[in-house]
Every structure is written in C-alpha cells, then in structure tokens.
Write a protein that binds this ligand. Structure first.
Ligand SMILES: O=C(O)C[C@H](O)C(=O)O
Ligand code: SF4
Length: 512
C-alpha cells in the first residue's frame, strides 16, 4: 500500500477541480433548454466557463470544497487504520496546496484547524466486500447546498401541496416541495438524493448515498424509477431556474432509495447538491495502493458543447452599468432589477463572522460607499509572501439577513454581492439607505478569481481564519446582476411567489 496516500491525493485534487462527465453532460443539456440571452442561459454559460477554467488551472471549481466524504469498499482484512491515516495526510497536503479550502471549524470556539482535519472531518465510511480491490469514492459537498437538505416526517402539511400522507403520493409531494424550498440558494440547478424510510440519521445517510449514483442510471426498482422520472419532469416546471433567476431547468438529477422503517416513523430525507457536484472515485490495487482505474469517468462527447456555450456567453441584452467604489447614493438609485453591474476597484469580503462582529464593533476600514462581497475564498501565500486568490465565488447571503440592513446603515455600504438573495428586512434596508443587492453566480469561483487583480490587505485572519477573514480585493470587470434594488423590487421574492403558485398545480394525487 506504498502508493495509497499518493492515490488519495490524486483523487482529492481531481474531485475538487474536474467535474465528472455525467455532471457536465447534465449541465450542457440544461443549457440547451434555455433560451439564448436569458439570465438562466447567461448563468449556465458562466458555470460552463468556470468548469473549463477549473480543469485548466487545476484549481477548485468552487471555493467551498465542502466536507470531504469518502465511501470505501475494501477486501476483508484490509488495514483500515492505515488507510485512514493516509487519507488524512492527503487531505492536509491538498489543503496546503490550495486544492481544498481549510474548512474544518471547531463548533464551540470557532477556530479553523487550518488543514481540514478535526473531530468528524473528513468523513470516512468503510464497507467490506468479497472482491480483491479497494473502491474509494469521494464527494465534496459544499455548505450552501447542505443547508438546503430537508427531512419530512409523514404525515405532514406542505405549503402549496396540502396534506402529504404516508404513501407514495405523500413521498412525491415531499420531494417536489424539497426542490421548491431550496429555491436558488443551494446553487441551483441541483441534484437531489432521496432516502425513504430509516430513522433520522440513516434516512439522510441513504439520501446521500444516492448521490454516488450516476446521473443517468436507471433505478432497478420500477416504482422508484417511475417516481424519479416524474420528479425530473415536473420539478423542472417550477420555474426557479439556475441560481433562482427563473428558467427552464431547476433540477439536474433525482435519485431515490428506500429502506424499511419502524411503524411509528416515516421519514423522507432529501440531500440537495449544487450544480458543482464534485463526485469521483478510483479502484485501487490493495497490494501497491496504486490507482487501477477511475470511476465516473466515461468518455462523452461533450467538450464541443462546453466550448460552444462559452462562445454564446455574451448574448444578454441587459443594461450594463460600470461602478467604481466609492459609489454614490445617486448611482445606486438609478439601478433596477435585471441590470448587470460591472465593478472596478475595491471590494471587501465579509461573511458570517464579520457580519456578527460588525454589529457591535467598528470596521477596520472606512466602508462608506463601498462594496461588501459575501465570499470565503481559497487563498495561498506565494514565495514572496503575497496572497494569491485560488478560488473566490459568492456564499449564500441569507445567513446574513439578521445583520445586513443594520450594517448597511451603520457603515454606509452601497452594494452587497452574494448569491441566493436576501429577505424582507434587507430589502427594506436597501430602499431606506440607498443600496443594492447584486447576485453573482454561485460556484463560479475560478471565473471570479480571475477578476481579482490584487489582494490589498486582510483583516481578522488570525481571529476568524481564511474563509471568514475580511479580504480587501482589487477587482476588474467583476460582473453581477441586480436582483434586489433600492426601490423595493426583488427578483427572489418574485420567483419564490411564482414558484409557489406553480407548485400548487401538483396538489392532486398522482400515485394512488
Ligand atoms: O462557504 C462557501 O464559500 C459557500 C457555501 O458553499 C454556500 O453555498 O453558501
Ligand atoms: S457556493 Fe454553491 S456551488 Fe459552491 S459549494 Fe456552495 S452551494 Fe455548492
């Protein structure tokens, strides 16, 4: 097993930087369904470009490299302790090399371990089998989509759909609802794994296991195969679309598994995965630890499609407005939902720790007229001690909802960039104080990293760690869409409302 650690390192880097062919094909198919020039088509073009860039740069597709989760099958008698040790070393090395973001945070102290190792991270699960080879599969599932996982306990009442009973039709309603409630916040279009039955823990485990299936396999259970087909067809009628901007594709894959339950419990558990569905595997020789073959890596003729998509990218007919901070209130009041804003100059990252901190402390810099970017980047110091941006897409903004309006007011911030939209309190704050919310494309971490020309400084790095620190960035041509303006309009509110109306069309029983 001399080469096992090296094989695991290769698997981690490849999973973080190179999306598997089945996922790419699903995204290319989605793009083909959208009308050219729409926001959805533009977003999918950016996503496709980002996928190609990540592969070329051997850098993370998305800055959130998630919770590494390994599923391993070993021959009877394989030394699992030795394998775990090698995996942990490979994880630490990949983190040091900027292929993974340091993502392991002490839940009590908030301290980031810095190397992705800690109590419960990474997750490694072993099973034994009769074959004389080791099968290692890895998923890097980010936090934004993980937060959109949902578990239903039947019977239940669902908004838009009414009563969901303890039968196949109740299950159908839960799954449709799970896609609706995620809106664009888990970086739609997404993939879902569904677990029917079990207890609360094994139900979610079964749901996550479904994510290891190939996107276009057919469920061996004909009842579940029919349900998967139904969900794929109808969830895409909800109109939530890529990033929640509206559009034809909301769901890219649906895989359902079932297990027994005990009489009193009936759970339907849904694991939501963003479009940046990083899942790969290898078959390893148990004697040498070398990779014998890759899994999920069939050859598909999709490269052409990706290139073609990139060429089409500039078809959007929206108004483009260039802004250079500090931005004035007058400039902001002229913007409206749908405008594309191009930022040149300074912006500051700020996410959960910074927002909480700024509520009752001063900012380390003058934020008047400035732009806050909800982003936890992957950063590496080069030989000269200068910070380099390895990946820098937006994080889910709704987590800052309790703070955002107050912080805009307190510091005179004019624009907030993030993804997934924000709520009523922020919308009112934008109107009152003259600010806008700009939606960047979630997961497009290479695309945005390229717009960052320089890291001008960093605050609170020691206190909060790399993802949560406040990074002062110099950007050029950083594009984002106004989805909440200073006049009380919110695209997110509109899409949520219309998708709820559309959800209601699935109220009547289908599976009796
Ligand atoms: O933590 C992040 O960078 C992003 C997160 O995955 C999210 O989707 O909000
Ligand atoms: S930012 Fe979006 S694409 Fe990246 S991990 Fe989070 S949900 Fe996935």
């Amino acid at each position: 097993m001399k080469h096992f650690k090296e094989s695991m390192y290769k698997l981690i880097v490849e999973t973080s930087t190179n999306l598997p062919p089945d996922v790419r094909a699903a995204i290319a198919k989605a793009k083909a369904r959208e009308n050219a020039g729409t926001r959805a088509a533009l977003s999918l073009s950016t996503i496709s470009e980002n996928i190609a860039m990540a592969e070329e740069n051997v850098s993370p597709i998305c800055q959130d490299t998630g919770l590494p989760t390994f599923l391993i099958k070993t021959p009877v008698g394989a030394n699992q302790l030795e394998m775990t040790k090698a995996i942990r070393e490979a994880i630490a090395q990949a983190t040091k090399d900027g292929k993974l973001r340091p993502n392991s945070v002490d839940s009590l102290t908030g301290e980031n371990s810095g190397d992705n190792l800690g109590e419960g991270t990474p997750v490694i699960k072993y099973e034994q089998w009769e074959k004389d080879e080791i099968d290692v599969r890895l998923i890097l599932k980010g936090g934004g989509c993980e937060n959109k996982n949902i578990q239903y306990s039947l019977p239940t009442e669902l908004e838009g759909l009414g009563r969901a009973g303890r039968d196949l039709d109740g299950i159908r309603k839960c799954i449709l609802h799970s896609v609706y409630q995620a809106q664009g916040q888990g970086c739609s279009a997404g993939f879902i794994g569904v677990g029917i039955g079990g207890d609360r823990a094994t139900g979610y485990e079964l749901a996550k296991k479904q994510l290891f299936r190939e996107v276009d396999d057919v469920n061996p259970n004909p009842v579940l195969a029919k349900l998967e087909e139904y969900i794929m067809e109808n969830a895409n009628k909800l109109g939530i679309g890529t990033m929640g901007f509206g559009g034809e594709t909301t769901l890219l894959g649906c895989k359902i598994g079932a297990m027994n339950r005990i009489p009193a419990s009936f759970f339907v558990s849904v694991a939501y995965n963003c479009w940046a569905f990083r899942r790969l595997g290898v078959v390893v020789d148990p004697a040498t630890g070398e990779i014998k073959r890759w899994l999920y890596k069939d050859e598909r003729p999709i490269e052409m499609e990706v290139k073609q998509i990139v060429e089409e990218a500039k078809t959007e007919g929206a108004r483009e407005v260039v802004l250079t901070p500090p931005i004035t209130e007058e400039q902001i009041r002229q913007l409206k939902v749908g405008d594309v804003v191009i930022i040149n100059g300074s912006m500051y990252t700020g996410r959960d720790a910074i927002h909480k901190y700024l509520m009752d402390h001063d900012a380390p810099v003058d934020l008047n007229g400035q732009v806050i970017y909800h982003c936890g980047p992957v950063m590496l110091k080069d030989d000269k001690g200068k910070w380099q941006v390895k990946a820098a897409g937006p994080t889910t903004s709704i987590r800052e909802e309790p703070y955002q309006a107050d912080i805009i007011k307190k510091f005179g911030i004019r624009a907030v960039i993030g993804k997934g939209g924000m709520g009523a309190k922020t919308l009112a704050g934008l109107k009152e104080h003259g600010a806008v919310y700009l939606n960047a494309i979630g997961g497009a971490a290479q695309y945005y990293a390229k717009c960052i020309k320089e890291v001008k400084g960093v605050y609170f790095l020691k206190e909060f760690g790399i993802p949560e620190a406040m990074w002062h960035l110099e950007v050029e041509n950083f594009a984002a869409i106004v989805t909440m303006d200073a006049h009380g309009n919110s695209l997110h509110e509109d899409v949520e409302k219309s998708s709820l109306e559309r959800l209601a069309q699935f109220k009547d029983p289908v599976f009796k």
